[in-house]
Design a protein around this ligand. Sequence first.
Ligand SMILES: Cc1cc2nc3c(=O)[nH]c(=O)nc-3n(C[C@H](O)[C@H](O)[C@H](O)COP(=O)(O)OP(=O)(O)OC[C@H]3O[C@@H](n4cnc5c(N)ncnc54)[C@H](O)[C@@H]3O)c2cc1C
Length: 475
Amino acid sequence: MSDRSVTVMWFRRDLRVDDHPALAHAAARGDVVALWVADPALLAMTHHRAPVRLRFLRACLEALDAELRGRGIPLVVRAGEPAAVVPEVVHEARADAVCVTGDVTPYSRRRDAAVSRALAADGVTMQAVGGPWRVAPEDLAGSSGRGYLVFTPFWRAWEQVPLAQRIAPPPALSGPSLASDGLDALPGGAPPLVAGPEAARARLEQFIRSGAADRYPDDRDLPAVDGTSHLSADLRMGVLSPSQVGRAIAGSRGMDAAREGFWRQLAWRDFYAHHMARYPDVASRALKPAYRGITWDDDDDLFAAWCEGRTGFPLCDAGMRQMRATGWMHNRARMVAASVLVKDLLIDWRWGEAEFMRHLVDGDPANNNGGWQWTAGTGTDAAPYFRVFNPVLQAKRFDPTGAYVREWVPELRSVPDRFIHEPWKMDAEAQDEAGCVMGRDYPVPVVDHSVRRHEAIARYKDADARHAAMTGGAA
Ligand SMILES: Cc1cc2nc3c(=O)[nH]c(=O)nc-3n(C[C@H](O)[C@H](O)[C@H](O)COP(=O)(O)OP(=O)(O)OC[C@H]3O[C@@H](n4cnc5c(N)ncnc54)[C@H](O)[C@@H]3O)c2cc1C
């Protein structure tokens, strides 16, 4: 029997071998068992039951298995509660350590604490090396020591942190062979986009080579233009590390202003991950205490109309239908759809957050929560609550020809440009000509934006006042 140390490398959302600090650490110790655990509790959580994302996850795990096998070891899959499964695998492999990439969600922290406790009983430690971020929260503590609540100072500090050098994948891996349960706990079928490191690298290269990275500041807000990287699902599963993206974007010439605009979006990703790490409560309630007490209507029929893309606000409906059809939604449409749910339909942002998690291939607890709380004005948005998105003006500005709306809301395909974002303004003759009779082929808006805007502002104001009365004015 070999007297080399054996480390169990437990993969979670770091499904790659390149630029992988934890795997490099494990390989440097000696033999490695690569493990993925199908955790029934995690897979059953509302936030994780998204067939589209689970199909992508399965394809990413298959690609990881192929990468590992190419280096000498397979991916061992075990189904069960991690606090039982990980120690079992440690025992079978006669391992003396477990290595992971850290995570930030409340569930992952509870899970990891339970696994660490179970391992400690056998005298084995679990070490977290690196995390899903580019810069770790402890390296950006800010002057207060508690991190940043405002993005701009966070970005200034974040961009000063130099890009890490690439960590090359271990050329060869060896370890004991263990039985594997296979991936049947995950749904099969074609994922919405090709999975695996080659596909992710190809998306990144295409984004750079096509010139999209250089046009990013001009195009990123236009949902009809394919102007963004589509790397969110790869980053979500850790098929690519943010540093790999940064090195490719900087290339040999460094970050110019256009590419820095893109790099800034990766900083938002870290910003929200740091929030979840520091304030785990954001996963279930508003970051700003005052807005934990907003009175919502939570109308089931309005929620169903929103989910199905039948609100009568064309840009919002186009976004929701794009998400259901493809598992991805353009960022501008995400913001408008989220704003319509919260500020027009007066529905709790957490309902929308869960609906996005059920359908997005890139559904990420920290990014999604951050995006929702930003739009709802309950989180880090620096704009005051009375600045409410107008879904028609947003549509006219960011989808000026209506190309995006026409693609995803076919009932409106023949509506003339001037009515495309306000089809209810067509007279009967124009409706006939466009083949779109309002109320029959496409709904009139389910609420009146100008009325609901005032109502939303009143509710936020009221929550503010009640909170101030309770706390004597403290924020
Ligand atoms: C309500 C709402 C919900 C969202 N939910 C998610 C989610 O579940 N998962 C997710 O990855 N992003 C989420 N976003 C952020 C953003 O919409 C997506 O990251 C982006 O649309 C993904 O497409 P892309 O990869 O082409 O982005 P690009 O524009 O090419 O950006 C590159 C990368 O930067 C990161 N990024 C970009 N914008 C943001 C942002 N505003 N916040 C955090 N990270 C960002 C992503 O990792 C993205 O892949 C949400 C935004 C909103 C407003």
